[in-house]
Design a binder for this molecule. Structure first.
Ligand code: MN
Length: 438
């Protein structure tokens, strides 16, 4: 894994696709996130990259001979990104360099004409799940989230003794991962009130979101062959936004002794664009600095490169718009803003720990970070923390209040990376609207 920037990150690069050069665009030529989509004209499913308000259809590019000589060219004709994810980091980098050549200002007019035929306005496409997610694991990597939540479930014993030694996770449900803008049906389930003798079954009353980041796995490993920490980044293809919707009342009653189950598996929403590890290079930062007195990670979870570049300076925001806000013309309001670099564990440590017992990770598998929260109240990544389990409700501009999510509420996650001397890149949005149970 190279941590050096190259000309694909140059701040002076501009695209002949004008919308990509607009100040604040999530998708300048320095980003080029990958996704999968259905063309409304032909009904065909292809993969592509976002550039400004357009999508470059990679299958069309390959058919036009624009990807000639690239090892990753064939993967560009697949219906999902799994084949591209299976390519080596070197082959993916070569593809990125070619895409920059095709899209940068100064490209020969004849070539611009050929590439132009492969561009489709994003609004004319139906964005799909970027990959077939064969398996999904959710971690718990924010020590601030783990401590805040731990206090509510176990006031005397918030952080369990393993937390600072093991990247804690549970096996999530891949089948119920949906792409942004898919409606989210309020789940029903079994809950038990503290003062009740027995549980009841019905719609969740304490529905929450969790602001998370997803890491897509690249080549991966064979069963029985762990990925050492020095190689872990070679298996990180890129990141997306994840909303791990959570029914807190179901969770409270079911989570012991085996951890989350139906409180989480009803729906998980992800953003359609995979922001590549290459695009994130300028925004890599040291791993979270552990406070004095905390144990150092065991040797298999430590490397100088991970300490120096294991973090990603990625700002994350949560926005909310209620049904009434929509009706009365109120824009969504921001509930929190945090940063991915404040996680206790890095993605490389999650990959290495996950495979340390020999478990295999494969192209398109998804590892989510767990709720990204920071030390201050404005950085709390779920309502459970923001409202202190409902004790401090939020006020909306309509005069409504929220302890947890109501039917009709839309939650919007946004993410972006900024650094002096580089062009800002964004993740697009991860949206979901709550529908009544039924
Ligand atoms: Mn989670």
């Amino acid at each position: 894994m190279s941590h050096a920037t190259d000309r694909t990150h140059d701040r002076d690069l501009r695209s002949w696709v004008e919308s990509a050069n607009r100040e604040g665009s999530d998708f300048p030529i320095q980003n080029l996130p990958f996704g999968s989509f259905r063309r409304r004209d032909s009904g065909q499913t292809h993969v592509g990259v976002a550039i400004g308000d357009q999508v470059l259809d990679l299958s069309a590019c390959e058919n036009a001979g624009l990807l000639e000589g690239l090892a990753a060219a064939e993967a560009c004709t697949a219906h999902s990104l799994n084949a591209w994810m299976a390519c080596s980091a070197e082959d993916r980098r070569a593809l990125r360099r070619r895409l920059v050549e095709l899209l940068e200002e100064g490209t020969a007019p004849g070539r611009i004409q050929a590439v132009g035929k492969c561009l489709v306005p994003t609004e004319e496409l139906e964005l799909l799940l970027p990959a077939n997610v064969g398996d999904y694991t959710d971690f718990y990597a924010s020590v601030f989230h783990a401590t805040n939540i731990g206090k509510m479930f176990r006031p005397d014993n918030p952080l369990l003794p393993n937390y600072k030694h093991i990247p804690i996770g549970y096996h999530g449900r891949a089948s119920s991962i949906v792409v942004s803008e898919t409606p989210v049906r309020r789940p029903q389930g079994q809950t038990k009130a503290d003062d009740a003798d027995s549980p009841t079954f019905g719609p969740s009353k304490l529905l929450d979101y969790e602001l998370e980041v997803g890491a897509f796995i690249g080549p991966g490993n064979q069963l029985g062959h762990p990925i050492p920490i020095e190689e872990a980044e070679d298996h990180l293809v890129g990141l997306c936004l994840v909303n791990d919707w959570s029914a807190r009342d179901l969770q409270k009653w079911e989570y012991q002794p085996l951890g989350p189950f139906l409180a989480k598996s009803f729906t998980t929403t992800i953003s359609p664009w995979v922001v590549t590890a290459e695009a994130l290079t300028p925004f890599r930062v040291p791993a979270f600095e552990r406070p004095e007195g905390d144990p150092q990670p065991l040797p298999y979870l430590s490397s100088p490169a991970n300490e120096a570049h294991g973090g990603v300076d990625l700002t994350l925001e949560v926005w909310l718009q209620s049904e009434r806000m929509r009706q009365e013309g109120h824009e969504p309001i921001r509930l929190s803003r945090g940063n991915f670099a404040k996680l206790y564990w890095t993605v490389a440590q999650m990959i290495t720990h996950h495979t340390s017992n020999g478990c295999d990770l494969r192209p398109g598998h998804l590892l989510a970070s767990g709720t990204v929260s920071g030390p201050t109240k404005g950085e709390r990544g779920c309502l459970m923390e923001l409202t202190t389990k409902g004790a401090e409700p939020l006020e909306l501009p309509t005069g409504e209040t929220r302890k947890f999510l109501a039917d009709g509420d839309e939650v919007i996650l946004r993410g972006y990376c900024e650094r002096e001397g580089f062009v800002r890149i964004g993740f697009g949005e991860c949206r979901g609207r709550i529908e009544a149970a039924g």
